[in-house]
Design a protein around this ligand. Structure first.
Ligand code: F6P
Length: 411
């Protein structure tokens, strides 16, 4: 019996989340006898609640293919709490047999609950969580689609900015601070460490959210770098906290899940350096630039993002529900991986932080073990096509909505 797929994106974007959408839509098209339409929630779960379902069959084939190299959330994604009964009502109205929720830990929890509630309400829908998050903090999976590209962006950026600082350090800026994302886990900050391949290479200091900020030791490290190498490059995670557990930079706002909005720790750290050591500084906040930087995506990451979308369709057709396709590392050198699966309950609401043995003994760098884990994830390039004006050819979806069948619903 033919059923429709409902695919929704959730949480923050990644440079490759649309590659997963592309994987879902193109793979579903291979099974015309078993899968009807692929609908996408306009703006994510909010669109599903409002019964705003994008009919992806109304997009051109080339538009769908271009999703593979287009950043942002091409179908829209807003954060909202799920209202389960309404979701099931929409599923029933549109003959949805498969629900794919593409997100992080919170979304895995939602997908897990939808599968349980659907059964309870007599409309069992097969729910598949599809992993993504630049923070790389989902358990079970070797890594999260989205992370490898952000990792590559920050490693390349700190490498390049440090060459700038180094060239004028004796008369000008001596300290450069780059702030990166990663709410509670320091994977992105750690990835910047990939740029430092020999003694003295930048970044000289990495500040991880896993360890409390120790000002005295930090300043000593900065001073040592400036005195030894002429300058100091610092990477700081937005989630760094003081000894009392308070974020050094909490913007004071909260998202739909109650998470603190972070950002702005780079100037805080730079000012500490200026005040205590007197060095001239520059700082930068990678912010959304890092998670939309599709131009410098990791090919490995793009391939994995597509593969989890493809696997979601295959798992659904095998009759699975309450599961997530995950990446399993088969070998490091050469790097090999395959797709495996796990129960959503093992992923929901759990955060995987950097293990202590990935952080250098002094707390300010990464270890060889971390490097072995991280290095393959940024391997390879997958440049988007560029137009004659020198800009990448990114696609916008037409977002044609399926006709409504239900009365309006207030979200
Ligand atoms: O969880 C992914 C993430 O990119 C975090 O690294 C960051 O703190 C957060 O999202 C930012 O979210 P928002 O765009 O909702 O402020």
């Amino acid at each position: 019996m033919k059923k429709n797929i409902l695919y929704a994106q959730s949480g923050g974007v990644t440079p490759v989340i649309n590659a997963t959408a592309c994987g879902v839509i193109q793979t579903a098209a291979k099974y015309p006898d078993r899968i009807g339409k692929v609908y996408a929630g306009k703006d994510g779960i909010i669109g599903v609640l409002r019964e705003e379902l994008i009919d992806t069959s109304k997009e051109s084939k080339s538009g769908i293919a271009a999703l593979r190299h287009t950043p942002g959330g091409a179908l829209g994604l807003e954060e909202s709490r799920a209202q389960y009964e309404r979701l099931i009502e929409v599923f029933r109205a549109h003959d949805i047999g498969y629900f794919f929720y593409n997100g992080g830990g919170d979304s895995s929890d939602t997908a897990h609950k939808v599968s349980q509630i659907g059964r309870k309400l007599g409309f069992p829908v097969q729910c598949i969580g599809v992993p993504k998050t630049i923070d790389n903090d989902l358990p079970v999976t070797d890594n999260c689609p989205g992370f490898g590209s952000v990792a590559k962006y920050v490693a390349v950026s700190i490498m390049e900015a440090s060459l700038d600082v180094e060239s004028m350090a004796s008369s000008s800026t001596k300290v450069f601070v780059l702030e990166v994302m990663g709410r509670h886990a320091g994977w992105i900050a750690a990835a910047a460490g990939l740029a430092a391949r020999a003694e003295g290479d930048p970044p000289h200091v990495i500040l991880f959210p896993e360890l409390p900020f120790k000002q005295r030791e930090f300043l000593a490290k900065v001073k040592h770098a400036v005195e030894t190498y002429g300058y100091c490059s610092i990477v700081v995670s937005e989630g760094v906290r003081d000894a009392e557990g308070r974020f050094l930079a909490d913007a004071g706002t909260r998202d739909a899940f109650g998470h603190a909005q972070l950002g702005g720790v780079a100037p805080v750290v730079a000012n500490i350096v200026k005040e205590k050591l007197g060095y001239k500084y520059h700082w930068a906040v990678s912010d959304y630039l890092q998670r939309s930087a599709r131009h410098i995506a990791s090919r490995t990451d793009v391939e994995q993002a597509y593969a989890v979308g493809e696997a979601a369709v295959e798992l659904a057709l095998e009759g699975k529900s309450g599961v997530m396709p995950v990446i399993k590392r088969v070998s490091n050198n050469p790097y090999r991986w395959k797709i495996a699966e796990t129960q959503l309950s093992r992923v929901a609401n759990r955060e995987k932080k950097m293990p202590r043995n990935y952080i250098a003994a002094d707390g300010f760098g990464i270890t060889p073990a971390a490097r072995r884990y991280l290095a393959p994830l940024i391997e390879g390039e997958d440049y988007p096509p560029y137009d004659r004006e020198g800009l990448p050819k990114y696609v916008r979806m037409k977002k044609v909505l399926a006709p409504r069948k239900l009365p309006p619903f207030e979200v």
